[in-house]
Write a protein of this length. Structure first.
Length: 412
């Protein structure tokens, strides 16, 4: 792709220096704007952080918002989704006027990363790229009884929302008009194909900047101190931290020694603290609560292994950060972590039943606590894997191939 392209990115979430969806929105901009003309449609509340950052390359930002009275609906997760849906239409109206003068070659929806919500920008007369989108992952049925009542209700409502999204004519339009659909995981790819997207490519959403990789590469291996396991994330039922907590207790009961640190906060915190007491391991478990990212990375440097037992997760940014810092990852072979982590960089547990996962994770903790040579090998392999496959510079190279695929197709 030798010629300069005019690219319009739709990034509802877009903020420098952040992970998750805001980081996805922002980190697409820098590599693309080095060699192309890039416009970005986003929201005004992202503007202070964007203005404070060094705007990369030729990127130009167009701020789009709904009328102020609509903000009254933006309460709780359902309200945010309604606002997001309406914002997509408003963004289309703004983009249509811009397209009339700029004439974009490519229109690319990058956030939110939800396959069951539409992008009206697919209606523009330009090649449309959808994604990376996720959300096609589901909790394996055998694990649903492990959830609290609140967690089971959440999963049921999520299934209903996805089912409604899959019959939404605007979602179907988005899928069918996409020249290329990018899916974060194989599970999402299957769902995106099922609703009519003709060309689907596997493209994980998560990535790290060159600066982040360089900083994490400087984190030294631990040579002294108690074996320490770390988990990081919102304390939600779907993160599966009760499984890793019970695995840690089993590891101790089988003669292992160490500590388990958990960073994050959420509705499951009290329940997890109660489980630690019931298992008799509360003196070996530290619930740090939510910490700033800088402090979280310092805590990562004080630990040996990351445990990430999420039961459905499109991204798994913390797994990349751990690998870049040379920490092996123990995760379930599901979703984003199942794509990121290999047998060279960690231990993936196939989830068949809760008891089996607890036993297998405990065995993984035992192996990693005693085999320092294995940890050293995984350290080097993890850093290589992130640098080779999950740096934003490498992802931009993959994006160029995606754009070539899109431009070879016939206009929608």
């Amino acid at each position: 792709m030798g010629r300069l392209l005019k690219i319009l990115l739709s990034a509802y979430a877009c903020e420098p220096g952040q992970g998750s969806e805001p980081g996805v929105g922002w980190n697409w901009i820098k590599p693309l704007s080095r060699s192309h003309e890039v416009w970005v449609i986003t929201r005004t509340n992202n503007r202070p952080a964007i203005d404070a950052a060094v705007v990369p390359g030729s990127a130009r930002f167009v701020y789009c918002d709904l009328p102020g009275w609509v903000l009254r609906w933006k309460k709780g997760k359902p309200g945010i989704l309604v606002y997001y849906y309406l914002w997509q239409f408003q963004a289309f109206l703004v983009a249509r006027k811009l397209h009339a003068t700029v004439r974009f070659d490519v229109v690319h929806h990058v956030t939110f990363v939800k396959y069951w919500m539409p992008s009206f920008l697919s209606l523009l007369s330009a090649r449309f790229i959808w994604g990376p989108v996720g959300g096609g992952e589901s909790t394996p049925p055998a694990f649903l009884p492990c959830y609290s009542f609140r967690g089971r209700i959440y999963e049921r409502l999520r299934d209903i929302a996805r089912s409604l999204g899959e019959i939404d004519p605007f979602v179907l339009m988005t899928a069918r008009r996409a020249a290329v659909g990018l899916a974060t995981t194989n599970q999402t790819a299957a769902r995106v194909r099922s609703i009519g997207c003709r060309r689907v490519e596997l493209f994980p959403e998560a990535g790290l900047t060159a600066e982040e990789i360089h900083a994490l590469a400087a984190v030294p291996l631990r040579e002294n101190g108690a074996f320490r396991i770390l988990s990081v994330g919102d304390l939600l039922h779907l993160k599966g931290f009760e499984l890793s907590l019970r695995a840690f207790a089993r590891f101790l009961s089988q003669g292992g020694d160490g500590e388990y640190w958990l960073i994050g906060d959420g509705p499951e915190r009290r329940r997890l603290a109660g489980v630690a007491v019931a298992l008799g391991v509360q003196t070996k478990v530290r619930l740090w609560g939510r910490l700033p990212r800088s402090e979280t990375l310092l805590k990562l440097a004080e630990c040996d292994v990351l445990a990430h037992p999420s039961l459905h997760d499109s991204g798994g940014w913390v797994c990349l950060e751990a690998m870049a810092a040379g920490r092996p990852v123990v995760c379930l072979d599901l979703g984003g972590p199942g794509v990121q982590v290999t047998s060279e960089t960690g231990i993936k547990v196939v989830p068949r039943s809760p008891g089996q996962v607890i036993a297998d994770m405990a065995e993984a903790f035992k192996l990693l606590s005693t085999d320092t040579e294995m940890r050293t090998r995984m350290c080097a392999a993890g850093r290589r894997r992130v640098s080779d496959h999950f740096s934003w510079d490498r992802k931009s190279e993959a994006a160029r191939r995606i754009y070539e695929l899109a431009l070879k197709g016939s206009p929608t």
